[in-house]
Design a protein around this ligand. Structure first.
Ligand code: AMP
Length: 212
């Protein structure tokens, strides 16, 4: 079963992808985490992407398509995969179809721009393993330290308020049209993304059960 997590930046896609992948024994493909790891390791693909990411813009489709191809060639998807943060444009959605990636469900987390801007101030990220936390809603066990790998948590460059506003504008202009694309295919399920992490994951699991 392959599932797309859709929603604006900060809606909880990464957190919920993690919860669902554990619950359902699925792998996770996060293009954002792959790009951040490439930046940390100073690989050309990361250094090329960094200028777009820092400005809150999308990385060009051909770069993302390359990353997805590479991932599919080097990973066994097992029971299936949760796609977190990809596709983000209609061209990327069409590319997945062309590559024969069967999408079973698209979960769209709904949350207002105002709520996102408020949330992003508290987000902390582990640049080593990609785990995300929130100082209030989803704090790490030890303040400022990743539960999973012990790395120091940081505030992402692109989580700064002005960049968040730009990312929201980009989401509405370039990513939101995907909702129509998957609604037409009968695969879209919208879920309220404003509740707690636990409540939201319960809603997502229920939404998936209803679609089967
Ligand atoms: P994320 O961690 O998913 O919020 O992604 C962080 C940033 O990485 C985005 O703001 C984009 O600049 C870039 N990015 C990640 N995934 C994609 C994608 N599928 N298409 C284009 N840019 C992406």
């Amino acid at each position: 079963m392959n599932i797309i997590m859709l929603g604006p930046p900060g809606a909880g896609k990464g957190t919920q992808a993690e919860v669902l992948s554990k619950k359902m024994d699925l792998t996770t493909l996060s293009t954002g985490n792959i790009l951040r790891a490439a930046i940390a390791e100073q690989r050309p693909v990361g250094l090329n992407a960094k200028s777009y990411m820092d400005k809150g813009e999308l990385v060009p489709d051909d770069v993302i398509i390359g990353i997805v191809k590479d991932y599919l060639e080097t990973h066994d998807l097992g029971k299936g995969c949760i796609l977190d943060g990809v596709p983000r444009t209609i061209a990327q959605a069409e590319m997945l179809d062309k590559m024969g990636v069967q999408i079973d469900a698209v979960l769209s987390l709904e949350i207002s721009d105002e709520a996102i801007e408020e949330r992003m101030g508290g987000r902390r990220t582990c640049m080593k393993c990609g785990a995300t936390y929130h100082v209030k809603a989803n704090p790490p066990k030890v303040e400022g330290i990743c539960d999973k790998c012990g790395e120091k948590l940081t505030i992402r460059q692109d989580d700064k308020p002005e960049t968040v506003r730009q990312r929201l504008a980009v989401y509405h202009a370039q990513t939101e049209p995907i909702i129509g694309y998957y609604t037409a295919q009968g695969k879209l399920k919208a879920v309220d993304g404003t509740a707690s992490v636990e409540e939201t994951s319960e809603k997502l699991v229920k939404a998936l059960e209803m679609m089967q």
